[in-house]
Write a protein that binds this ligand. Structure first.
Ligand code: ATP
Ligand code: MG
Length: 588
């Protein structure tokens, strides 16, 4: 390659940031091989022939004078069948294979492809020669895992007539499955394509996110839903439940594919992910959850630069599955560690620091990440099929001291429309999930979906429950001053109903066999029971029943136990019965 004619050499090494001269022929964003060990890096600034390179591997031992070679393309993800079940590092190198090659301590300069071109797949073609094709047209399919059928698509940027299509049968991933006559000549397409990780994959059309991504977690689905294609943040201080919540979402969300990006800074957090995920079962199919999961693990022996790249690597793989017409959820735990990587790199570049040492471009980077979420329509050319896919982005944020006014949380708030604020006091009172109803919100309007699908009126139940929690909050301030006994009976019933909402409804044990997942019929049924207690209690008061008698009615205990006593099966019927018992007992 002509790029190698220039003698590009390392001139300075500053941790993971390296300067090289003689880079005149390279481009900003190019992937480069740095030094004798061919460490992977990326050009992040370019002035005349001087490039600043962030290197994704340990640079210990790297010296000025060693060669630098551009690979002539931006840092890209490899996309194709065989990605699922994979555990990758921040630049998509398969960790298992790296380990096989170099033992426990990851070697450097290892260039192991994310997809083995020699892997074989049973290919079923979907199109015949003569068809018009464009980017994302489905050429054929392979069964990637027992849970996922993988569509082999034309890479974006190729458009024209299909002149040759492979027949059904066993094929190597790296062999051509189609040839397309484009205005620029014939192009061969294999099962493997590449896409630059920092550039969003193109979409034909964006759809408004109006369909909820159901998570089976009551506080989320019922109070603060996220829509498929939406973006949500889980901010919380140390040990408040970010990781448990992300794992719950990964396990239970009604999506096809999970991309889990572990940006832990402590090694044991990552070990937890690496040990736990492969053991998780997909609750719906009973098969290993990994069959529809991609895991990115930023191991502690990789430099911060790899952590910075890992978010984009994960999102690019997620967009690829979205384009097949699948629903994908991306979890990043935690984006604060990613932002700290930005800060460290920026510091080494001697850029002017803004708030709390973060670079001034923190906000735009956060925005670029969350803006890759979306619900999209993929339109195939010439009256072909239309399919819908979505990418839902959920980022945990771990602000120091749990302070939500710190820069990463405030910038994240600008780009997400569901905010699940974890609360230290709730967590220490072992109220889990510790998502606080006062600091959390959702701006996703999924009411039309509920109105069409659910038996019970979600919007109405949610509004009433929200109002009761607000009134409770106000009353708690009075209770603090004068105690509950001084309140009028009507308000004491409000306190009791709010306690039910908090303890019987909002608290949900991630490790409970029955309650870890709560289907929406059960969620709505449970709230209907609680609100019917409230209505019945107010009526009973009005007809002269003493408040202590109402509160000690045996049905009250049953309300507190319903989440564990009523299983997912026939929850709606059983809760309707309980509701009747509640009303009857209060009407006696
Ligand atoms: N939904 C839940 N149900 C039951 N227990 C929970 C739940 N959420 C959190 N916990 C408890 O809180 C502990 C801490 O949770 P987790 O590890 O998720 O916190 P974190 O915010 O990720 O912490 P860190 O800041 O260290 O990353 C868990 O080990 C578990 O005991
Ligand atoms: Mg955690």
């Amino acid at each position: 390659m002509s790029l190698q004619e220039d003698i590009a050499v390392v001139t300075r090494v500053n941790g993971p940031v390296v300067t090289a001269s003689g880079m005149g022929r390279a481009c900003l964003g190019d992937q480069v091989e740095v030094g004798n060990e061919k460490l992977t890096g990326e050009i992040i600034t370019l002035e005349h022939d001087v490039a600043t390179i962030q290197v994704y591997e340990d640079t210990i031992g790297l010296k000025p004078g060693e060669p630098v070679v551009s690979r002539g393309e931006p840092l890209s993800a490899v996309l194709g069948p065989g990605l699922l079940k994979g555990i990758y590092d921040g630049i998509q190198r398969p960790l298992e294979k790296l380990r096989e090659q170099s033992g426990v301590f990851l070697g450097r300069g290892l260039n192991v492809p994310a997809i083995d071109p020699d892997s074989t797949w049973d290919y079923e073609p979907a199109l015949k020669p003569g068809a018009r094709v464009a980017g994302n047209t489905i050429l054929g399919r392979v069964q990637e895992t027992a849970l996922v059928k993988h569509a082999i698509m034309v890479p974006p940027g190729i458009e024209g007539e299909l002149v040759w299509a492979a027949e059904a049968g066993n094929r190597r991933a790296g062999d051509p499955v189609a040839r397309v006559a484009t205005p620029a000549g014939e192009r061969e397409v294999t099962m493997i394509q590449r896409w630059p990780i920092r550039r969003p994959r193109p979409v034909s059309r964006r759809l408004p996110p109006r369909v909820p991504m159901l998570t089976g977690q009551r506080v989320i689905d019922f109070f603060f839903p996220v829509a498929r294609g939406g973006a949500a943040a889980i901010p919380g201080g140390f040990g408040t439940g970010k990781t448990v919540t992300q794992h719950q979402l990964a396990k239970w969300s009604d999506v096809d594919i999970i991309v889990y990006i572990g940006c832990g800074e402590r090694g044991n957090e990552m070990t937890q992910v690496l040990e736990e995920f492969p053991a998780l079962k997909d609750p719906r199919s009973g098969r290993p959850l990994m069959e529809r999961t991609l895991l990115i693990a930023n191991t502690s022996n990789m430099p911060v630069t790899a952590r910075e790249a890992s978010i984009y690597t994960g999102i690019t793989m997620a967009e690829y599955y979205r384009d097949m017409g699948l629903h994908v959820a991306v979890m990043a735990d935690s984006t604060s560690r990613w932002a700290e990587a930005l800060r460290e790199i920026s510091g080494r570049l001697e850029q002017m620091p803004a708030e709390e040492g973060y670079p001034a471009y923190l906000a735009s980077r956060v925005g670029e990440v969350y803006e890759r979420a979306g619900r999209v329509e993929v339109v195939e050319p010439a009256g072909g099929a239309v399919r819908e896919g979505s990418l839902t982005m959920v980022g945990a944020v771990s602000p120091p001291g749990g302070d939500f006014s710190e820069p990463v949380v405030t910038h994240t708030k600008r780009f997400v429309r569901a905010f699940w604020g974890l609360d230290r006091d709730l967590a220490s009172a072992r109220h889990f999930p510790s998502i606080h109803w006062n600091t959390s919100y959702s701006e996703y309007d999924v009411s039309a979906w509920y109105a069409e699908r659910a038996e019970l009126p979600w919007s109405e139940l949610r509004r009433r429950a929200t109002d009761l929690l607000k009134e409770d909050d106000r009353l708690q301030n009075i209770v603090k001053l004068i105690g509950p006994d001084a309140l009028p009976d009507r308000q004491r019933v409000v306190l009791e109903t709010a306690r039910m909402i908090k303890e019987a409804f909002l608290q949900q044990g991630a490790f409970s066999a029955v309650d870890s997942y709560c289907p929406i019929e059960k969620q709505l049924g449970m709230m209907d029971v609680i609100l019917s207690f409230h209505d019945g209690a107010q009526k009973a008061l009005a007809s002269g029943r003493p408040v202590f008698e109402i509160m000690s009615a045996p049905v009250v205990e049953r309300i507190f136990r319903m989440k564990e006593e009523v299983g997912a099966d026939q929850a709606a019927d059983r809760l309707a019965q309980l509701k009747k018992q509640v009303s009857d007992s209060l009407a006696d």
